[in-house]
Design a protein around this ligand. Structure first.
Ligand code: AMP
Length: 199
């Protein structure tokens, strides 16, 4: 199963990816996680990305396309994968299509989690206060200003990616405001249908 999970920040992509990972035994590939690890490791690429990530902007396409191309060539991704946080722009989606085509592979489905902005802003405020209360560290881009920039980037640059996949007949939209279990069940139902109708 080769999947893309689309959705604004705090839509629940990470939570649903973890479940899909278990259900289908395929790795979750999160460009955000890979970039944060590069920042943590202090690599030149990580340092260049950090300032952009902290203000909620998008890292250049060529950087993330390189990351995904490397990651998809690792052995554990051969049997399938869940892309979480990539593609975020139409050029990234086109690069992914070329990459998969060069290996005679195709995406099975693109799942889009739909959540209203007001709900997302509420979730992020709660995430920050829960982290503070629990003494955990808060992501440096989970402050209200960076979050608003991430949301604006989603509307401007990533929503066209949903339209791109809708045009290819791959897009499946799920109400991301439903309880976690309901969202998971809805995704499973859609993927079972996609698997049954696959050529
Ligand atoms: P995430 O963990 O997916 O919310 O990503 C955190 C941050 O990493 C984003 O706000 C961007 O700055 C950067 N990032 C992650 N994935 C991408 C991508 N596909 N394209 C551009 N920037 C990305």
């Amino acid at each position: 199963m080769r999947l893309v999970l689309l959705g604004p920040p705090a839509a629940g992509k990470g939570t649903q990816s973890a479940r899909l990972q278990e259900r289908y035994h395929i790795p979750q590939l999160s460009t955000g996680d890979i970039l944060r690890a590069a920042v943590e490791a202090g690599t030149p690429g990580g340092l260049a990305a950090k300032a952009i990530m902290d203000r909620g902007g998008l890292v250049p396409d060529e950087t993330v396309i390189g990351i995904v191309s490397d990651r998809l060539s690792e052995p554990d991704a051969r049997g399938g994968f869940i892309l979480d946080g990539f593609p975020r722009t139409v050029p990234q989606a086109e690069a992914l299509a070329r990459l998969l085509e060069s290996q005679n592979l195709k995406l099975d489905a693109v799942i889009e989690l739909k959540v209203d902005d007001a709900v997302l802003l509420g979730r992020i405020a709660k995430r920050a206060s829960d982290s503070r209360a629990g003494g955990a560290s808060i992501r440096s881009d989970d402050n209200p200003e960076a979050f608003k920039a991430r949301l604006a980037a989603y509307h401007a640059q990533t929503e066209p990616v949903a339209a791109y996949y809708a045009g290819k007949g791959l897009l499946k939209t799920v109400d991301g405001m439903a309880p976690v279990e309901t969202v998971a069940a809805e995704i499973a139902k859609l993927l079972d249908i996609a698997a049954r109708s696959a050529p």
